[in-house]
Design a protein around this ligand. Structure first.
Ligand code: R1P
Length: 291
């Protein structure tokens, strides 16, 4: 007898849809594009040959369709890894749990999860308006501490080196998670790669100074100057580490494409953010459709 997952561990709506995503198992494709902004969902699905489904609840808007024979889902996650916890667990439940018996299916599915998000670079030589794939990400948020993520020895060594340069005033406990090597191999081709930092906020957690006084004024400098065996931190955003960690913990493949709209060192911001995002949506969709 398989263990039955309780009604409050996995909440379903009266129509059988997942509690927050409002989706049924048949509503999602095996390849799923994550975007933060709800308005980016139609900006992606307008390139589908056909959109078969449009659904949503809260910030989680979903379109499913196809490009050629390839079925794709695009979903907005909103901002932050707390939302990634909901999106990834509910997508996994839709594909890997028999919702009628509330038991885990014998044959688990591995989804391909592709983030297309905005981000700021922390290196002066990386141009605004360029695209970057996160090889790995350090999470400054706490999400992955709630899950059993099997970090490799190489990841742990990189994390140890990063922790050693963090200012003493930093009170968090960083974690590390990496991209799917399978998706990196098939999708990133000539695109620049780097190490991403995922933060639990946009302002002081990313070293911004507006009015609230920072408790860690040297955080951005420590991040920018970090080096380990030729690797450096390239950019800041708010989801990648959580996506990588939770995807790996659940047996899914994930890759994060960052559209670099800001350079935090030269203090420059894209003059045409919407057009740049549109360009890279096309780039990523062409690559997805080709594999
Ligand atoms: C902050 O403005 C938001 O933009 C970035 C960050 O990760 C955060 O979600 O990604 P999206 O453009 O995908 O939302």
């Amino acid at each position: 007898m398989m263990n039955r997952i309780s009604d409050t561990d996995l909440i379903l709506n009266a129509d059988g849809t997942a509690y927050h995503l409002n989706l049924l198992p048949e509503d999602v494709a095996d390849t799923i594009i994550f975007v933060g902004d709800q308005d980016r969902v139609p900006a992606v699905s307008k390139y589908f040959d056909e959109v078969e489904l449009r659904k949503g609840k809260r910030e989680f808007i979903t379109h499913t369709g196809r490009i050629g024979h390839k079925r794709l889902t695009v979903i907005s996650t909103g901002i932050g890894t707390d939302n990634i916890d909901i999106v990834l667990n509910e997508l996994d439940a839709l594909v890997n749990i028999d919702l009628s018996t509330r038991t885990v299916k014998p044959d688990l599915k591995s989804l391909n999860i592709i983030r297309i998000g905005t981000s700021g670079t922390v290196q002066a030589d990386i141009p605004v308006d360029s695209l970057l794939v996160s090889e790995a990400a350090f999470g400054l948020d706490p999400l992955l501490h709630y899950y059993d993520y099997p970090a490799t020895a190489e990841e742990l060594e990189l994390l140890k080196a990063f922790k050693a340069v963090l200012p003493e005033t930093f009170k968090g406990q960083p974690y590390i998670a990496s991209a799917s090597s399978r998706l990196i191999g098939s999708l990133d081709a000539d695109i620049q790669t780097g190490i991403t930092i995922t933060t639990p906020g946009f302002y002081s957690p990313q070293g911004r100074q507006v009015r609230a006084k920072s408790a860690i004024p040297d955080l951005l400098t420590a991040i920018t100057e970090f080096r380990h065996h030729g690797k450096r931190i390239t950019n800041l955003e708010m989801e990648t580490a959580g996506i990588y960690g939770l995807a790996a913990a659940l047996g899914h493949q994930a890759i994060s494409f960052n559209v670099l709209l800001a350079n935090r060192i030269t203090n420059t911001f894209s003059r045409q953010p919407a057009a740049i995002m549109d360009r890279y949506i096309k780039t990523v969709l062409e690559r997805i459709a080709a594999v």
